[in-house]
Ligand binder design. Structure first.
Ligand code: PDD
Length: 287
């Protein structure tokens, strides 16, 4: 669950969550005209925050929205939000929309003032069941748009896909464009075959995942090579191991795909090594 903690961020101020109000004329509400970030914070310390801000900045650039704050102000606001909610392990959501208009025009008005909203929630340790048994995923055709590299708040595609996956008793959708792996519905994907680990390259079909980079660092630390190239549906279906990775779920093993077992049906040996090293890296960076 992501129940919001008592304090949120609205337009540069920390406010009581139950008092947050924005106008329905906000272009985020009318058009999904904005971008967002989800940042994990461990022990009160945001993890890989700079990388998240880099991605936020490139999303804002793509939307031609001016970044509302210099980086130093962003950092202050995030730390104030964490402190107001008592630190610990949390997920932090940050959203910037183009702002509130006078009515509803597809073409934005000139000189709009972006709306900034943020909230956080308690991040639970990965569920023991997910670690011991892995999770189930379903392959689905990617119905999203052609700029999945932008972390857009327009998330109707991923919502419909997650609902469809849930109807197939799957915890995550693994999206294919034709026969090519795009990414998870809200995660990056890694595929293992005969000890070779593969993940697709950056591109417009997928979000530049920060956790994908963290897993890359973990693999470096373990001395395990990572192949970055497109992955065909057949490789996915024949994989020994499949992992999904995201800011809120770290790296999780997929042990059932479309109702069939992946590999042995148990979390694989390479995933176990990645999981251990991931925890060690978190400790090193977040204390
Ligand atoms: N989603 N791909 C998509 C489509 C995603 O929505 C996400 C994360 C990722 C993984 O990115 P990262 O490692 O930077 O979290 C990949 C977040 C967690 C969300 O929308 O809640």
């Amino acid at each position: 669950m992501t129940d919001a903690l008592p304090y949120s961020l609205l337009d540069g101020a920390i406010v009581a969550t139950h008092e947050v109000r924005i106008s329905p004329f906000d272009r985020g509400f009318l058009f999904g005209d904005g971008v967002y970030e989800v940042v994990p914070s461990y022990n009160g310390k945001p993890f890989r925050l700079e990388a998240h801000f880099e991605r936020l900045r490139s999303g804002l650039d793509a939307l031609q929205i001016a970044d509302p704050y210099p980086r130093a102000r962003w950092l202050e606001l995030v730390h104030e939000l964490i402190a107001a909610n008592g630190g610990g392990d949390m997920g932090i959501y940050l959203e910037v929309t183009r702002g509130t208009g006078r009515g509803r025009d597809f073409l934005p008005e000139a000189d709009m003032k972006p709306t900034v909203f943020g909230f956080c929630w308690r991040l639970k340790e990965p569920q023991p069941a997910s670690l011991q048994q892995g999770i189930a995923a379903a392959t689905l055709e990617d119905i999203r748009w052609s700029r999945c590299d932008i972390k857009s708040i327009s998330l109707l595609g991923p919502v419909l896909l997650r609902m469809q996956a849930a109807q197939q008793d799957a915890d995550e959708a693994i999206l294919l464009r034709g026969d090519v792996l795009a990414e998870g519905g809200s995660s990056a994907v890694f595929v293992v075959k005969q000890d070779r680990i593969v993940t697709p390259p950056p591109g417009r079909e997928r979000l530049p995942s920060i956790t994908r980079l963290v897993v890359g660092d973990v693999l470096d630390a373990l001395g395990l090579p990572l192949d970055v190239r497109e992955v065909h549906r057949d490789e996915l279906l024949a994989a020994d191991e499949i992992w999904i990775a995201s800011s809120t779920r770290e790296a999780l093993p997929v042990t059932r795909l479309d109702g069939k077992v992946v590999g042995t049906g148990q979390p694989g040996p390479l995933w176990r090594r990645v999981f251990e090293e991931f925890q060690a890296l978190k400790k090193r960076e977040a204390g």
